[in-house]
Write a protein that binds this ligand. Structure first.
Ligand code: GLA
Length: 411
């Protein structure tokens, strides 16, 4: 591998899949595997979070957008309460009854699909939610871009459309079912931002999420001369690892010690109070973690203001401040994420930060449109210069929510 910045390979761009192409291949593969045609195809997007990280499980604010990159599911309903699950990306599938799904069973990717059926069975009975499913994922895996939420949400919308007792289910309930599937069956204590944006996104908008009550407000993308460049560092990322849960536990302990229901309720001005400092001194890492959450909530609202005023420089500065807080106070960054952020900023990005849970995964940078190619190349070159595997890059334009895929291709 080259160590000179000039010698790096050109960036590898991850483009979204094209619906009719996926549809043709996936319907045929479904017939080959299950011997019958699917009832239809559904798809759900991954997400990138512009700002507001590790705030959702603290009742705070986040500002995610749906990616044009989606996970597709060809689905056929069964009437015997059984699940037969397969994926074009995984060698292992899973078969079993809806009734047999429980915490930790099945494991791996199938938990996100079986978990949704299991939770929705509480409403309509297990006999209603049997399914044959073939998944085709086009959200990069393990990249911090919510491939797991895209998976569960693609099947959730299929169930809503196929099962008579679920057709009127409000989208908030569908979100809650996907969150429970991830928390209770897959065993990842995530906070709900990912499922919310995958199911409730509005095309060409970001979604201001208020996780106190899970209300959302669409926020228009008002920086037309700018793009969001996402860098998938390809460093390991798994939310089932203990660090995410550890951060969440620290926040809950800090909130309890401070006597507030969630950290959202703590006024940023109180961070300086002697009594707050004294209370948090008894919670290991409490002060730094709380400082991140409280200041991050403010940054989200500031960034919404910056978008309304079309102030790209201010939006970028807030993103970069968010990264510093996640790196120094919340300690969820890593060498590859810091490098991606620093290289993007060094190449002229207006702002950059890690996005998602951290410990690997992706960074997002705000870049003037005609600079995108150059910034991407400089980031790839910086990785090559450090002897790291080449990151992948993608452009994130705010896209539509999960739903049925309608193409002219015969099913
Ligand atoms: C992951 C979780 C989300 C959220 C982010 C951090 O993506 O799934 O619920 O907590 O990490 O902001």
């Amino acid at each position: 591998m080259s160590t000179s910045t000039e010698g790096a390979e050109p960036p590898r761009w991850l483009r979204p899949a094209v619906d009719p192409e996926v549809a043709a291949g996936l319907s045929g593969a479904f017939r080959d595997r299950f011997g019958r045609s699917p009832d239809g195809l559904w798809a759900a997007p991954g997400r990138v979070n512009l700002i507001g990280e590790h705030t959702d499980y603290n009742g705070g604010y986040a500002l995610p957008l749906a990616l044009p990159h989606r996970t597709y599911a060809a689905v056929r309903r069964r009437d015997d309460g059984r699940l037969r699950l397969a994926s074009l990306q995984a060698r292992e599938g899973w078969e079993g009854s809806v009734d047999s799904v429980a915490a930790g069973r099945p494991q791996g990717w199938a938990a996100y699909v079986a978990g949704v059926a299991h939770v929705l069975a509480e409403r309509v009975g297990p006999g209603q939610v049997g399914l044959d499913v073939l998944v085709d994922g086009h959200v990069p895996l393990g990249a911090g871009l919510s491939s797991s939420a895209a998976l569960s949400c693609s099947v959730a919308v299929a169930l809503r459309d196929l099962v008579p007792g679920l057709v009127d289910l409000p989208v908030e309930e569908l979100v809650a079912a996907c969150v429970r599937a991830e928390n209770e069956v897959a065993g990842a204590a995530t906070g709900g931002m990912d499922q919310t944006v995958s199911l409730r996104a509005v095309d060409e908008h970001l979604l201001l999420l208020d996780a106190r009550d899970f209300t959302v407000v669409p926020v228009a993308w008002t920086l037309p001369g700018h793009e969001l460049l996402v860098v998938d560092t390809r460093a390991h990322h798994s939310l089932a690892d203990g660090q995410y849960a550890a951060r969440r536990t620290t926040c809950e302990r800090a909130a309890a010690a401070l006597g507030v229901g969630s950290l959202r309720e703590l006024d940023p001005a109180r961070l300086q109070d002697a009594d707050v400092r004294r209370v948090l001194a008894d919670v290991p890492d409490g002060m730094a973690r709380v400082r991140h959450v409280v200041t991050e909530n403010d940054r989200v609202l500031d960034l919404v203001g910056a978008l309304r005023e079309q102030d790209a420089a201010r939006a970028g500065a807030l993103m970069t401040a968010s990264h510093a807080s996640l790196r120094d106070d919340y300690e969820v960054s890593c060498r590859e994420l810091d490098l991606a952020v620093d290289a993007a900023l060094g190449a002229g990005a207006l702002g950059a930060r890690m996005t998602g849970g951290g410990f690997g995964g992706s960074a997002v940078a705000l870049v003037a449109r005609d600079e995108v190619g150059r910034v991407a190349q400089q980031v790839v070159s910086a990785f090559a210069a450090e002897g790291l595997a080449a990151p992948h890059v993608l452009e994130a334009s705010p896209s539509r929510p999960a739903g049925r895929v309608v193409t002219d291709t015969p099913g």
